[in-house]
Design a protein around this ligand. Structure first.
Ligand code: NAD
Length: 317
């Protein structure tokens, strides 16, 4: 994979990113082709000849894309989740994969809190009524989050940020993870429990795992049955973590569901539209990282990680 430091690097960007990222890469002497929303067929035709591919969550970077990119050295994901990239295959092909894992932590955690608070007070229903000329005071009584139990599934960066906010609201916080997170749990006064216990005990359940083979549909019908009547579920992680069709059968007995992510984005199946239209459900269009601050941090983190990756490729290429 020899790579002299003199060559002009060609970068293909296939999802919408902050203009600043493009300018920063240009200022590093790279040639940028910005094609947000490019369709797969065109991507397959175009990819050969590019050294760096920059994507967000929309572009699927599978074996075929990687194989066609014969000059590809770096895949850069502007964001956290790498579930749209065949990481194992890319690493086997000697590519460097980078992302910006810290940039959106607080934006995603704040959105999680927003969905919890909106659900608790039925804000979505009130907004809808008032906009349609109906003064809905008294129509949908809310609940307080204070004193309620929050269950955090996946006690990583975002899960821990949510725990800090929940403490300020006076919630009791439980968490579950597959790695040892006891140091953080002790620091934050959070009780670690099994997933089953968490589902049985929580008034509000919030999901913060990465999408993997093991987390795909981890909240399935059997697990949904463990959740108590009147509980809320919030998911700002990945849509595929919940079996949406199974969730539909539990909506009547739940308080409400807040989702920033769906199994298909944008939604396309009948069961997804049913979910979106349900009065107990709030859906936002994957806006967890859509803040001025997160997008700014993504640029900084990604540029620094691309510089590091270039060093590595040049030294070991
Ligand atoms: P992270 O890697 O810091 O934390 C994920 C945690 O989940 C880890 O501690 C991991 O051990 C744990 N985990 C993995 N499998 C598990 C399982 N089966 N059961 C319990 N725990 C498990 O990641 P993060 O920065 O906190 O982000 C979490 C996810 O949020 C990302 O992977 C991404 O998919 C999603 N995200 C969404 C948005 C958005 O726009 N809505 C923005 C940022 C991140």
């Amino acid at each position: 994979m020899g790579w002299e430091s003199g060559i002009q690097l060609k970068v293909l960007v296939t999802d919408k990113v902050d203009e600043k990222l493009l300018n920063r890469l240009r200022s590093m002497g790279m040639v940028i082709d910005y094609k947000p929303g490019i369709q797969r067929d065109e991507l397959l035709k175009l990819i050969d000849g590019y050294h760096i591919l920059v994507v967000r969550s929309r572009t699927k970077v599978d074996r075929e894309v990687i194989d066609r990119g014969t000059s590809l050295k770096i895949i850069a994901r502007a964001g956290v989740g790498l579930d749209n990239i065949d990481v194992e295959y890319a690493l086997k092909r000697g590519l460097v994969i980078i992302n910006s894992p810290n940039a959106a932590t607080y934006s995603a955690a704040e959105l999680t809190l927003t969905l919890m608070l909106m659900l608790a007070r039925n804000v979505h229903l009130h907004i809808f009524d008032v906009k349609n000329g109906k003064w809905s005071k008294g129509a949908y009584e809310g609940v307080e989050l204070r004193g309620k139990t929050l269950g955090i599934v996946g006690f990583g960066r975002i899960g821990r940020a949510v725990a800090r906010y929940a403490e300020a609201l006076g919630m009791r916080v439980l968490a579950t993870d597959i790695i040892d997170v006891s140091r953080y749990a002790n620091e934050l006064g959070v009780k670690l429990v099994s997933l089953s216990e968490l589902l049985e005990l929580s008034d509000v359940i919030t999901l913060h795992v990465a999408l993997t083979k093991d987390t795909y549909h981890m909240i399935n019908d059997d697990r949904l049955r463990l959740i108590k009547d009147g509980a809320m579920i919030v998911n700002t992680s990945r849509g595929e973590v919940i079996d949406t069709r199974a969730l539909l059968n539990h909506l009547d007995r739940l308080w409400g569901v807040g989702l920033d992510v769906l199994e298909h984005e944008p939604p396309r199946e009948d069961w997804e539209f049913k979910l979106i239209q349900h009065p107990k459900v709030i859906v936002t269009p994957h806006i967890g990282a859509e803040t001025v601050e997160a997008q700014g941090r993504i640029v900084e983190e990604l540029v620094a990680n691309i510089q590091d990756a270039l060093e590595r490729v040049r030294n070991h290429g």
